[in-house]
Design a protein. Structure first.
Length: 115
């Protein structure tokens, strides 16, 4: 079992930045893809960005050029650098980790962008 703990959310003005972190613990040796998803009020959870153990990344079109995902395998931590934030980025951001037999979610961290 994998436990994920997110941190770094908060309230920021439009155009600002936040750095989200997600620390993994437990049965982490088989983790391959880690990523961030978000869910705004009244909307479905959507993919923001993912990164494989080898560093291959994938981004939602809405965040390309503004968000950067990175991973520190030694620390079992994944980061999401969010820049040029917009009010429509407001959501609960969830960390996800997938392995051969694992699909774990964190508890979420709130990001609120004011206009």
């Amino acid at each position: 079992q994998v436990q994920l703990v997110e941190s770094g959310g908060g309230l920021v003005q439009a155009g600002g930045s936040l750095r989200l972190s997600c620390a993994a613990s437990g049965s982490i040796f088989n983790l391959n893809v880690m990523g961030w998803y978000r869910q705004a009020p009244g909307k479905q959870r959507e993919l923001v960005a993912t990164i494989t153990r080898n560093g291959d990344t994938n981004y939602a079109d809405s965040v390309k050029g503004r968000f950067t995902i990175s991973r520190d395998n030694a620390k079992n931590t994944v980061y999401l650098e969010t820049n040029s934030l917009k009010p429509e980025d407001t959501a609960v951001y969830y960390c996800n980790a997938k392995g051969a037999i694992t699909n774990s979610w964190g508890q979420g961290t709130q990001v609120t962008v004011s206009s």
